[in-house]
Design a protein around this ligand. Structure first.
Ligand SMILES: C[S@@+](CC[C@H](N)C(=O)[O-])C[C@H]1O[C@@H](n2cnc3c(N)ncnc32)[C@H](O)[C@@H]1O
Length: 272
């Protein structure tokens, strides 16, 4: 596989999951690939996909960045190269309002790279409000943008709710689902991927979406923090499909232990 690193940092990024994923799908002929919770696209960037991929996310700024990188990577690099990293510059650049998509993409990458932790967070007025990161010896290799651009050439990219593209899913497509956390009381306390959090109602919709996916390989991924504090209810309680569940352990800084559980459609499990 010609794996490349994501060109941004993203909360909940799945770089650590890539080799596990390759093992799961090594015997499968994938037709089209769909990733409706794209984020940093660690899994997409790790795969060689001969046919068109459908990539989407609800985050407009993120999707604009993907579109500009796919279509005009050199212009994004030129705009990005005008930014220099210092605390003062960071806050000045954070306050700028560009009306040009390319400059917005460059600004997005710069803030993502130099911010405190790479989390995308906005305030109630929709303004990005992550503080400066003080990252020592920070350097961004712009070849990452060029490599990402090459990988993105045969893709359909859209800013959408995950349900919007479901009619594009066809038999033998692979759908990789990596939704945000939801906790049962709908109060997503510490991970904010977007201004709109993923609610329990969204999990119900996701469950229906999974039930809609017929005849297909799909893979969905869920995380349980400290065993049960944050639980994906739709896996155990809502989705009616027969799912095979694989669990792997992962150490993370934010909590002591994360158990990651992968549920696979039975058709896919039969090939691993
Ligand atoms: C766990 S992250 C995906 C991380 C990704 N797999 C990676 O490797 O970086 C979840 C993503 O879902 C997106 N999202 C949240 N609500 C959504 C919705 N209703 N429809 C589509 N995307 C949504 C967020 O913007 C976020 O990028």
């Amino acid at each position: 596989m010609s794996t490349i690193e994501p060109f941004i940092r993203w909360a909940g990024g799945k770089s650590w999951f890539v080799s596990f994923m390759h093992n799961l799908i090594k015997n499968i002929n994938i037709n089209h690939y769909h990733e409706p919770f794209l984020g940093g696209a660690a899994v997409f960037f790790s795969l060689d996909l001969p046919k068109k991929s459908y990539l989407s996310d609800a985050n407009e700024d993120l999707i604009n960045t993907y579109l500009q990188i796919r279509d005009c990577p050199d212009a994004v690099i030129t705009a990005f190269s005008q930014f220099t990293n210092s605390e003062k510059n960071y806050y000045e650049i954070r306050n700028l309002k560009f009306d040009n998509n390319i400059e917005q993409a460059a600004q997005f990458i710069f803030l993502n790279q130099t911010s405190y932790n790479g989390i995308y967070r906005v305030n109630k007025d929709g303004n990005y409000n992550v503080p400066y990161g003080f990252r020592k010896n920070w350097h961004y290799d712009c070849n990452r943008i060029l490599e990402a651009s090459k990988k993105l050439q045969n893709t359909n990219i859209s800013c959408n709710d995950f349900e919007s593209n479901k009619y594009k899913i066809k038999p033998n497509d692979l759908v990789f689902l990596d939704p945000p956390y939801t906790v049962s009381h709908n109060n997503n306390g510490f991970i904010e991927y977007n201004k709109k959090l993923f609610s329990l109602q969204d999990q119900y919709r996701l469950s229906k979406y999974i039930d809609y996916i017929e005849y297909l390989y799909y893979l969905l991924q869920t995380i349980k923090v400290n065993n049960n504090t944050h639980k994906r209810y739709w896996i155990s309680e809502f989705a009616t499909k027969k799912l095979f569940v694989h669990t792997i352990e992962q150490q993370k800084e934010i909590v002591n232990s994360i158990k990651s559980t992968f549920a696979l459609l039975d058709k896919m499990s039969s090939s691993i």
